[in-house]
Design a binder for this molecule. Structure first.
Ligand SMILES: [Zn+2]
Length: 273
């Protein structure tokens, strides 16, 4: 009888540890990476502009035109579904010299789905991009949420999971530094940063009500550099698209004044140990 109790207890302990590792390892990884890349960007004077969720029907072409005018190369994290729908746009990103990373197939939230789904979504996104002739070196998890399965799936495709140091606020949130480990956990449990939904103007209103946060965000980039999160998706708000374009231009122009270099994710990650 004592052996049965021991085996049951051991099984429960091991299962709990495995579950913890499944969700906690990516959080620790994220926290360490954000600190590491922020340090590199500060030391080397670097800024990386990244655009998730595309390619989109309207914004991608506008962004490409704007980035051409600014003579700036950035990093796009595209989803398999969007890339499969708009392969010409994906090819245009590559032809213009931008870096293309993977952002899953169907944008599955790792913390709101069954434990194995996020890793599978990562693999499917990678395979879709590989069919389009792209072998992404980097994977950005949807909503910044990942499991150990996500990391393993990404590595199986010779790709590294990467996060960001600053949120541009182009989905209606407050622009600024990425969440710390503690706030990341609490905000993920609470559903994460609220995004502006179609027909929801309060996100825009919130943005307009936070000029100080935006000024502080831009000043931080002038001073410390960093990896900035934007979105290249059809959000149903022309004003949000305008915001993405305008803040992109502002960051590039200010970087030139402050002596910062706009570079790609690959460059920054090549400097990590
Ligand atoms: Zn996304």
């Amino acid at each position: 009888m004592i052996y049965v109790i021991l085996i049951c207890s051991l099984t429960v302990v091991l299962a709990t540890l495995a579950l913890l590792a499944w969700y906690v390892v990516p959080l620790l990884n994220r926290s360490a990476q954000v600190k590491n890349i922020q340090g590199i960007c500060r030391r080397e004077g670097l800024i990386v502009l990244t655009y998730d969720d595309g390619p989109s029907e309207k914004l991608t072409r506008r962004l490409l035109k704007e980035l051409d005018e600014l003579d700036t190369k950035v990093t796009f994290f595209v989803t398999g579904v969007s890339a499969g729908t708009r392969p010409d746009e994906v090819r245009a990103l590559k032809e213009r010299g931008h870096e293309v990373g993977c952002h899953s197939e169907r944008h599955v939230n790792a913390l709101k789905s069954l434990p194995w789904k996020a890793g599978r979504d990562c693999s499917r996104g990678m395979k879709t991009l590989e069919r389009l002739g792209i072998r992404p070196k980097f994977y950005r998890p949807p909503y910044g949420n990942a499991t150990l399965g996500t990391i393993l799936a990404s590595r199986a495709h010779n790709s590294r999971v990467v996060w960001w140091t600053h949120d541009s606020g182009d989905t209606g949130g407050v622009p600024g530094k990425a969440n710390s480990l503690l706030t990341a956990i609490t905000s993920r449990l609470g559903g994460g940063r609220r995004r502006a939904q179609e027909g929801d103007e309060s996100g825009l209103l919130e943005q307009r009500l936070h000029p100080d946060a935006r000024a502080e965000f831009l000043a931080e980039l002038d001073r410390d550099g960093g990896v900035v999160l934007f979105h290249d998706s059809d959000r149903g708000h022309d004003a949000l698209d305008e915001y993405t374009i305008r803040v992109t231009r502002e960051i590039v122009e200010r970087a030139r004044e402050s002596g910062k270099t706009i570079t790609t994710m690959e460059h920054v990650m090549s400097l990590t140990s």
